[in-house]
Write a protein that binds this ligand. Structure first.
Ligand code: NAP
Length: 510
């Protein structure tokens, strides 16, 4: 066990060139490193638990994995990709794109692979980090670019471990297991499951889909881009930007507006979604099973032009009877039927509220993140947590999410973070720490906007926190961007660290 002490260039670290540790080399971590460098910050370390960059697109390799946001919108604004093969880029294409951006911008060389952050402790104005390899670092800023959906949720079903066949979660796909001709069961019907079902239904011997709750499915046909589509985009960033903006405009005024209170947009999206079901599934019994009883968009809208065709294939069975338990041979439903399976796939989603955990994160006055979040997982502007100075949580609670491009969200947040770091560099802020009062006010403001959204429409989804409150942005995209344009310094602690209001024991004990 080798312990190396990294004093992250503390000696020559001026306030103008702070040391920054970025946790995670996924889409956001790559972006943050690029932008920090552009701002003249050179002391950057990226810690990555895996052996490659890419985040979600490295981890999700299941059959059919693709991004249901149009590819030309799911790109960094500064590096379009003329080579996208499909309107909805496949996972491997996106992974290649991420690796290319990371290499071209010199980010890959900054990453310490196979090294995760175990412990992150704020003491005397600095973050003290201990990694999984026992290495230690001391830095001015920590940016958690750890993503939202990366902690697989395993279903709490009796007997799960007793299954004797092959079983894995969608984010831990076992490519050694052949599924061709096999009896495959899949639990779940979310965005991930629908992509897998569309693909596996072509090769599995028998595919049984265990659906607890039906999903609304919006159809946008995929398109394979030809040479004629790609050629004009090559070397023409402004054309790619135009294309991306066109998609973004459509998304904002349809999907985003529909879920955040526009009655017209919601009526349109609902009508199209319901028509898709009506036209695609003619068998009334099957259609009834596939018809949700909640508003369109309450759960994240699934985008698929293939699912309804797949679920009607002869080798596919939609099982809607509740699962009672898992046996050695398969899945036993409440009607006593045992569905014998060779392979069981758990498309049961993720724990979105873990964020950067399980790392030990301790802010000032020994405040742990578990204590800070004991009552509720909240942040100021999704990014700043009172008690955790100079720490930013990218894509934190109430980031807009929805069906919009998460890259666009990260770009907006990254600019905001850079502006805050700049205030610190100029001495306008001694430490970058949102006040408790600002966090409470911000979250009250979010809560006030939720009533008109569809997420409070009586469905269960990963959008909701344990209290049933949507951890989403309830207003328009444009408003979000405008509010993150300039940090309001009155919402941040002023004075030297010693003068900043101590975190009260009562708050700690919350
Ligand atoms: P999810 O939307 O949370 O869906 C999980 C599914 O598992 C649901 O159908 C759920 O049923 C079911 N389930 C969970 N526990 C169960 C249990 N104990 N018994 C029976 N069923 C159970 O997860 P996901 O499909 O992985 O998608 C998560 C998110 O990832 C998406 O909403 C999306 O934001 C993102 N994603 C994006 C893309 C993309 O193309 N951009 C692709 C895939 C995923 P209930 O509905 O009854 O809870």
């Amino acid at each position: 066990f080798r312990r190396v002490l990294f004093r992250s260039s503390m000696e020559n670290n001026t306030r103008n060139n702070p040391s920054v540790a970025v946790i995670g080399a996924g889409m956001t971590g790559i972006l943050m490193a690029i932008k920090l460098r552009e701002a003249g910050i050179t002391d950057i370390t990226i810690l990555e638990k895996a052996d490659r960059v890419g985040g979600t697109w490295r981890e999700n390799t299941y059959p059919g994995v693709a991004c249901d946001v149009p590819a030309h919108m799911y790109t960094y604004s500064f590096m379009g990709n003329p080579e996208w093969e499909h309107r909805f880029a496949h996972g491997s294409e996106i992974q290649q794109y991420m690796e290319r951006v990371s290499a071209e911008y010199g980010v890959t060389d900054m990453v310490r692979f196979n090294e995760s952050l175990d412990d992150c402790h704020y003491r005397e104005g600095k973050w003290h980090l201990t990694t999984s390899k026992g290495n230690q670092m001391v830095v001015d800023f920590v940016v958690a670019a750890t993503g939202i959906l990366h902690h697989p949720a395993y279903p709490d079903i009796q007997g799960l471990d007793s299954f004797k066949g092959d079983m894995f979660h969608t984010a831990r796909w076992d490519h050694d297991v052949s599924l061709e001709g096999k009896r495959v069961g899949i639990i779940g019907t979310g965005s991930t499951a629908t992509q897998i079902i569309s693909e596996l239904s072509k090769t599995a011997g028998k595919l049984t889909v265990f659906q607890r709750t039906p999903q609304w499915i919006f159809s946008v046909p995929d398109k394979e881009y030809t040479e004629a589509d790609k050629a004009p985009l090559r070397g023409n960033q402004s054309l790619m930007t135009k294309l991306s903006k066109r998609y973004a405009f459509i998304m904002r005024h349809t999907f985003t507006a529909a879920v955040t209170g526009s009655k017209t947009a919601h009526a349109l999206i609902s009508w199209l979604t319901k028509r898709n079901l009506r036209k695609s599934v003619r068998d009334p019994e099957l259609r009834a099973k596939l018809t949700p009883d909640y508003k369109v968009g309450c759960k994240r809208l699934v985008i698929s032009s293939k699912f309804y065709e797949a679920i009607q294939r002869k080798n596919v069975h939609l099982e809607t009877t509740a699962i009672e338990r898992i046996s050695e041979r398969g899945v036993v439903t409440a009607d006593g039927n045992e569905h014998e399976l060779d392979v069981l796939i758990l498309a049961t989603g993720f724990h979105p509220f873990n964020f950067m955990r399980p790392m030990n994160l301790t802010g000032r006055d020994e405040l742990s993140i578990d204590t800070a979040w004991a009552k509720k997982v909240q942040a100021y502007r999704s990014l700043c947590i009172p008690g955790f100075p100079n720490f930013f949580l990218m894509l934190g609670p109430n980031t807009p999410i929805g069906n919009y491009s998460v890259i666009a969200m990260s770009e907006v947040q990254t600019k905001y973070v850079l502006k805050l770091i700049d205030h610190w560099r100029r001495g306008n802020l001694q430490t970058v720490e949102a006040t408790e009062e600002a966090k409470v006010r911000y979250n009250d403001y979010l809560k006030a906007g939720m009533g008109k959204t569809v997420w409070v429409g009586g469905c269960q989804s990963w959008y909701l926190d344990p209290d049933g409150d949507p951890a989403m942005w309830p207003y328009s995209w444009d408003q979000w961007v405008k509010e993150l344009e300039e940090p309001d310094l009155d919402d941040f602690c002023r004075g030297t660290p010693a003068e900043i209001v101590p975190i009260q024991p009562a708050e700690k004990a919350a």
